[in-house]
Design a protein around this ligand. Structure first.
Ligand SMILES: Cc1cc2nc3c(=O)[nH]c(=O)nc-3n(C[C@H](O)[C@H](O)[C@H](O)COP(=O)(O)OP(=O)(O)OC[C@H]3O[C@@H](n4cnc5c(N)ncnc54)[C@H](O)[C@@H]3O)c2cc1C
Length: 458
């Protein structure tokens, strides 16, 4: 038995929670399971105390540690770099408190998003962050600053994190933020940890902001003859001040993949592209906003506006939207990208992608959060052999990221950098920014044992 195993088993008495030897592939990878790392141990901690003791030992012995939530990331940020410890937080999954007086919830990081959303909604409360993958964990959502469908109205995960309990790389436990609505007391350490992809500290407790649950929601499907017209219309919709919760754009060709994957039919089939919107609030508010939306889109190139009043129909459409990444994956390997550009450049960017698709011969499927400029792009491998795929993909990615930056955009809107986007992120980001990021890393994690080789970490 190795020294590491001996030590881990002295901290965690329950043998099922310390796995050494053969570790299942999924724990050494991300959602795509293409890149696989190595680790000497996989550990399922059950308390902050256990995490702290493990980190103290890892720090003293300079053992790399890879934190892991539900492993749904798409960028290789849970692929262990170095033969160390994978810390899987799925067992720390208790909702510790729902405080209806401060409108906060305190949860452990392994709580699953959809379970948490259902729980708070059953109490008339609402947790708005809503990334496509509902089986992700709250700790993973915070570490990637997950966005998703409702970001256009409600913002992203960052906007709902009020406090965190953190275990630092040497095992020290600290609390940052809390239940206060405002805080200008020194540097905001919480904000720097959010979105840091497990590179600065381990999240062991989260205080989340809740809001009252909107009374109702209504989704609306708007059809266009071309994606260009649909996307150009988005700014008009935003300007019309109709306050949608979500504005998603989808091309018909990818809707068809979603339909085939799920065996469901979209209610409107006679269009090249769609905008899918949701409105929430009370009935009067929704009626006024949807009426104004109809007027705006019909004056700006829309063919049809379909109100999805039937709840089942609305759920079906959102289900198809939610499954698009998986639907593409089912047909061919693909590289998922999520660059973000200023909202007034999204049409330029998507048109550029279409041109590149024609020139390069690589199939590129785009959909995404039109309301916040976040383009989800799947570059599809098709029948290419390994070498051709690697070369063609790299060439296309260089062009795609370069263009995004030219338009004022950045590498990732919500998925993070992980391992798969590092090359392009480093190429496009000012070196002074990278240096500063690594100085911050050093201040948090002197020995660089937390998620080494991920994201900005050099
Ligand atoms: C079908 C599909 C659709 C998706 N749609 C969206 C979307 O719309 N919007 C969006 O933002 N993302 C989306 N994603 C990406 C993914 O779901 C998110 O990145 C999610 O936030 C990851 O959560 P997780 O629990 O799976 O974290 P993991 O994948 O396990 O980890 C993600 C990162 O967080 C770190 N981490 C995890 N837990 C902790 C912790 N306790 N302490 C410190 N670090 C930790 C890991 O080291 C890693 O760097 C989608 C993914 C899929 C598969």
């Amino acid at each position: 038995m190795s020294e590491l195993t001996k030590h881990l088993e002295s901290i965690i008495k329950d043998k099922d929670r310390v796995i050494t030897g053969r570790i299942e592939r999924k724990y050494l990878s991300d959602n795509l399971e293409r890149k696989v790392g190595t680790a000497e141990a996989l550990v399922f901690p059950a308390s902050t105390e256990e995490v702290s003791k493990i980190m103290k030992y890892a720090y003293e012995n300079e053992i790399p540690v890879t934190p892991r939530g539900a492993g749904t990331n798409l960028v290789g940020s849970t692929v262990p770099q170095g033969n160390g410890i994978v810390l899987d937080f799925s067992g720390m999954n208790r909702v510790l408190e729902i405080d209806e007086e401060t409108f906060t919830a305190t949860v452990e990081p392994g709580v699953i998003l959809e379970d948490f959303q259902s729980l708070v909604e059953s109490r008339g409360l609402f947790y708005p962050p809503d990334p496509g993958e509902k089986k992700a964990s709250i700790g993973g959502n915070i570490s990637t600053n997950a966005g998703g469908m409702r970001a256009v109205k409600y913002g992203v995960t960052r906007d709902y994190v009020m406090g965190l309990e953190l275990v630092l790389s040497d095992g020290t436990v600290i609390t940052v933020g809390g239940k206060n609505r405002k805080d200008t007391s020194g540097l905001d350490l919480k904000e720097i940890v959010i979105g840091s992809e497990g590179t600065l500290a381990l999240i062991t407790k989260c205080v989340l902001k809740l809001i009252p649950k909107p009374e109702e929601a209504l989704s609306v499907l708007v059809s266009f003859d071309s994606l260009k017209e649909g996307i150009e219309c988005v700014r008009k919709v935003i300007k019309a001040n109709v306050n949608p919760t979500a504005i998603e754009f989808i091309e018909k060709k990818i809707v068809q993949l979603g339909e085939e994957y799920l065996g469901l039919k979209f209610p409107e089939r006679d269009a090249a592209a769609f905008l899918l919107l949701t409105f929430d609030g009370n009935r009067v508010e929704i009626e006024n906003n949807v009426a104004q939306l109809e007027k705006t889109v019909l004056e700006n190139g829309a063919g049809k506006v379909l109100r999805l009043e039937d709840q089942k129909e609305a759920e079906k459409v959102w289900k198809i939207r939610g499954v698009l990444v998986k639907a593409v994956e089912a047909v061919s390997e693909q590289e998922p990208l999520d660059m973000v550009v200023p909202i007034n450049r999204i049409d330029t960017y998507v048109n550029f992608v279409h041109e590149l698709e024609k020139e390069s011969g690589l199939r590129m499927i785009s959909f995404g959060h039109a309301g916040d400029g976040n383009v989800h792009l799947c570059v599809v491998r098709g029948g290419r052999d390994d070498e051709t795929w690697e070369r063609d993909l790299d060439h296309a990615l260089e062009i795609l990221y370069k263009k995004a930056y030219e338009l004022g955009g950045v590498t990732s809107g919500e998925h993070g950098i992980g391992t798969s986007k590092r090359k392009y992120f480093f190429r496009e980001t000012d070196s002074a920014n990278i240096v500063l990021m690594n100085q911050i890393k050093k201040a948090f994690d002197t020995k660089k044992i937390l998620n080494p080789g991920i994201s900005y970490v050099q």
